[in-house]
Ligand binder design. Sequence first.
Ligand SMILES: Nc1ncnc2c1ncn2[C@@H]1O[C@H](COP(=O)(O)OP(=O)(O)OP(=O)(O)O)[C@@H](O)[C@H]1O
Length: 270
Amino acid sequence: MSDVLELADVTLVRSGSRLLDEVTWAVADGERWVILGPNGAGKTTLLQIAAAQMHPTSGYAAVLGEMMGAVDVFELRPRIGITSAALAERIPRQESVLDVVRTAAYGVVGRWRESYENLDDDRAGWLLRRMGIGHLAGRTFGTLSEGERKRTQLARALMADPELLLLDEPTAGLDLGGRETLVATLGEIAADPDSPATVLVTHHVEEIPPGFTHALLLSGGRVVAAGPVTETLTDEHLSTAFGLPLRVRHEDGRWSARAVVAARDGVPAP
Ligand SMILES: Nc1ncnc2c1ncn2[C@@H]1O[C@H](COP(=O)(O)OP(=O)(O)OP(=O)(O)O)[C@@H](O)[C@H]1O
């Protein structure tokens, strides 16, 4: 299995702060990773390095076999599918849903003068149907619900048949039903052997789709634990990452966690 991502002692400094601190991590073909950690842990920063959008201050980073600093990132980026809040903000609200997806074939946001072939139209339409929103192809992005926007972005991320799929909080802001149906869709993508290596960032273990194989826990820019998901998502590691005692459960392919509340005995009720 070849390495899709390879980071060794990656440190990233901005305004004197170490956003990432000696991160060593490797992702191989076929793996599905979740990155978990509290607010400000450095998850999005790490994903930006994986997306070839940021360079480490020190350390070694290779993306799809290309060493950062020695490769033309404009050739590398089209090989990576990404969804993120920052990208969603750049999508013009008047853009049709079909064009939001199709434009990924050219690596651009916003339709201009590109011409598309039937093959592009067929793939965009198929991806929208696969995401359960084929009927929305003609609508404008600005009129979609948050859940429909997330699905549109996922279709867009898959449009260029990427070798690496990066999903930054793909289920954030969704209601319970929306979250559960999107987690199920992500589980289907994870189960498909033709899907690219995938890295998903979330704050919540409940949002880890079934079929995710590996986990990386970040806190304060440092790796708390990384490896096969069942070995990594333990009470001990999760408690360390989030800074409070947590109990983790894994049932029917899904994860949950709750704080361990110390019993207060010996205090009589008033
Ligand atoms: N340009 C910058 N200069 C200084 N600090 C920055 C800069 N960009 C980000 N940070 C800080 O780096 C830390 C990591 O940010 P990042 O967005 O990667 O965290 P995160 O784990 O994705 O957080 P969240 O879960 O809240 O989205 C944060 O404390 C953030 O304030």
